[in-house]
Design a protein around this ligand. Structure first.
Ligand code: 13P
Length: 265
């Protein structure tokens, strides 16, 4: 293998460790979101960067609640345009002072809102241009995994979902602003997490494809997401190449989320 395609072992050059709770459409009220955020802000983070991604309507109040703490607030999605006739959408400029960044390309957005790889690239580009961080999600479905297509799907998602993002935006701060979350769709909300070796294999493939498109995959933080719990997290904290987690259901329980953060410390 040529040297430019060599995948380096775990956290070389201090790739940052990141654990983010994607609250999805939870909890049931904005008041509950504020209360949950206050509890999560007390988690002992050690060297791990900890974030939460509350629903858009709760972002303002949650952000005020955790201001001055180390907890970072992310949006769950962001639009590629700044303003205009885009009902229900949030632009990057609206997040200024409220969120440090946004998730883009979550499989639930691809499934329910029709996000394509091209749209994901446009959203990530807009966010990075605005100085926001991005957690870009990708991953294969069960049918794709069973059909032996995992590698081809990851290759395509990197090529078409990350490839169009201007390289200077991806190079900025050597990967500090952009992270990737490998979230196999079959593991999301099912209680059936991938194994550590499946995660490592996919993450390795993603880094290889990043290198192929001229992005420093070895400097890019890659998270695993999909049924991460206090019980399953050890598997991923030990998995080569996995730098953290994007956590759904378990991130709504502060004690369990704290245990997940602790596993990556
Ligand atoms: P679960 O942890 O609930 O499986 O959700 C994972 C996820 O989609 C995080 O973005």
């Amino acid at each position: 293998m040529s040297p430019q395609f060599r995948i380096l072992p775990r956290a070389p050059g201090g790739r940052r460790r990141l654990v983010v709770g994607n609250w999805k459409m939870n909890p049931a009220t904005v008041d509950e979101a504020v209360a949950l955020a206050a509890e999560v802000a007390r988690i002992e983070a050690g060297g791990v960067e900890v974030g939460i991604a509350p629903p858009a309507i709760a972002l303002g109040r949650v952000s005020d609640t955790v201001r001055g703490t180390a907890l970072r607030v992310y949006a769950q999605d962001v639009h590629w345009e700044q303003t205009g006739a885009f009902t229900a959408q949030t632009s990057t400029s609206m997040l200024a002072g409220i969120a440090v960044g946004s998730i883009v390309g979550h499989s639930e957005m691809r499934r329910d809102q029709g996000d394509s790889d091209a749209r994901v690239a446009a959203k990530a580009t807009a966010a990075l241009r605005a100085g926001l961080r991005v957690i870009l999600c990708l991953g294969e479905s069960l049918a794709q995994r069973n059909g032996g297509e995992t590698d081809v799907v990851l290759e395509r998602q990197v090529r078409d979902g990350i490839g169009p993002i201007p390289r200077d935006l991806l190079a900025a701060e050597r990967g500090v602003r952009s992270a990737i979350a490998y979230e196999p769709i079959w593991a999301i909300g099912t209680g059936v997490a991938a194994s550590g070796s499946q995660a490592s294999e996919a993450v390795r493939k993603i880094r290889l494809e990043l290198l192929r498109i001229g992005v420093d995959g070895n400097a890019t933080t890659i998270l695993y997401g999909g049924s991460v719990s206090a019980a399953s997290v050890g598997e991923f904290a030990r998995a080569e190449g996995v730098d953290g987690a994007l956590v759904g259901g378990a991130s709504l329980k502060p004690e369990e989320f704290a245990a997940i953060v602790a596993a990556f410390r």
